[in-house]
Design a protein around this ligand. Sequence first.
Ligand code: PLP
Length: 688
Amino acid sequence: WQQESYPENDFYNMSIELERGEDGTPLTVSVDYPAGPVKAQIWRAQVGRVPLFLLDTNILDNSLPEYRDITDQLYVTNREMRLRQEIMLGIGGVRALATLNIKPEVYHMNEGHSALLALERICRLKDENDLSFDEAKELVAATTIFTIHTPVAAGNEEFDVGLVEKYLSDYCLCLGISLDELLAMGRQDPSNEHESFSMGVLAMHLATRRNGVSKLHGAVSRDIWKNVWPEVPEDEVPIGHVVNGIHINSWVSKDMQGLFDRYLGPEWAKEPSNGNLWERVSQIPDDELWRTHERRRERLVAFAREHLKKQLENRGALSPEIASASEALNPEALTIGFARRFAPYKRATLILRDIDRLAGILNNKDCPVQLIYAGKAHPGDTPGKELIQEVIHICRQAGLQHRIVFLEDYDMSVARYLVQGVDVWLNTPRRPREASGTSGMKAAVNGGINMSILDGWWHEAYDSDIGWAIGREEDYDDEDYQDMVESNAIYEMLEREVVPLFYNRGADHLPRGWIALMKASMAAICPKFNTHRMVHEYIKQAYHPCAANWESLTAHNFAKVRELTSWKVHIRQHWSDIRINKVEMDEMSEVRVGEHVTIKAQVYLGNLTPEDVSVEAYQGEVDPQGNLVNALPISMSCLESHEEEDDHTFMAAIPCRSSGLHGYSVRILPKHYDLTSPYEMGLILWAS
Ligand SMILES: *Cc1c(COP(=O)(O)O)cnc(C)c1O
């Protein structure tokens, strides 16, 4: 059974330093809690060129233990403590940066936990620049990025209204809003008083760029959160994606690094996103690549044996058993690795479902296969711990000892040995729960081949010539049936493809087919799934646009943000008056591909002008249920206006792009040059 220990941090022996004022005393920030102010000191860990600041409430100034312990543990299950933590992270975090005289213009919130930072920014901008709450909120949202990670609605952080009231009602006074107004910002349906307060929804409301962490996860997030934008068609819900990547230099083995230096040229480390450089992987001689990889597998086996020996000693095993650890695993056998958090959705035991069939594969005399596990469950995750227990029991079964091993105390060092030495990296999440996943990328850089469910990053990386897909993107209602189908798929692939390919050796003992697969996998995966490419995408899609928003909205004493805010008030006031009175189309029942259809709409705008709105024809294919699918908006232009009646005619010529049954609708959205997204106001009027 997994045991947890919480060793004391010895701050004198850690490479972190307290931030101090000029007189040498530690700098602190203070945040008000119901029982009084809570202070935090600030540690700095310098990570390369990037300072990482850590808030620490365990100081004598805080007399109450429940406040001193705010920063004690990660992922506490107690809801109240969790809210205390997120208040310190969000509100205290912004104050810490201010105390350090760091003045960011753009903030990136990683998951909803830090979302309160947006409120603290609003508070400060408002007071420092004489802005209204709405103006400051406008500015904060236009300069905030939100990355979402959790692909299940229930996995996102929520708080009961009572807790929010207890901890944040005084803070609302500083913001200049009522508690109800605050709660509304954290609700999918702002008018639903029974909805709890969601940090994810708050973050979505207070950011202008939102993204999931893989293409599939972006789509899943649009589905989960579509109710935040009730009138917006799902595929237009403003959540995009930036797929995760790994820092290659941190995960590639020294041996493989040497090969890259020689055959790709030393610049590969500086330009890891350059696909042309990675093409040169094909020029690494087969025997050299294979010898390098085998060396790493041997290292992994040696490391695993040492690790197992220590585990047995710690458990008080008898010496013959300890000695037998040196016979575990085979340095030449096809090695499958599985290491990650033991969250139940990752299904660590999927490959163990049919033990007899698996034993047949592992114990094949001429073509032996072995399986190395490592991982930890969250201390509060009993089902996860039971999975570990199951794996350990199976490791001890007669006939499987030395073929399946579990390495305890999983950490980055264990992870490195594994991803650098395995032949196959196995990942079996239950779709679509794996937002991205990254360990498979670490294996790929080192020549490991991925075998995974088409979920997260593998959904967009997979191609039949770079690895194996478990299943074909089917989604099941019956989880047990799904486990059966997918575990069978693993056995089939191992028996028919993986093992034969690995052991197909020529006279020179090289598995040429396998080596070709390694090369194709490295050339395809390395240039894309790295942090270099990822950070560039964030810069292009998010950081630069948000920085530009800051510059433009704050210029001339915040002129534009004031103007935009009052325009929004005007639009909201009159939106309910506008109407689409009539929609007409050319009299024709059949249109040929390439021809155009003219659509006209008669629109009543009341106090709004044609410049305030974007009138769009929304056109696409019609499915058997009569719904529009794959529809695209086409902007309509204002043909004529009858000033007295506030009546306008809009028109568009729609190109017919494909054959089949087509349909269209007309809709109106607010339009303003400084609006960062046409959907952000949540206003769309559809023709009835
Ligand atoms: C990469 C890594 C992970 C993430 O693994 P996934 O399979 O992507 O969930 C977890 N823990 C450690 C120590 C890692 O190095």
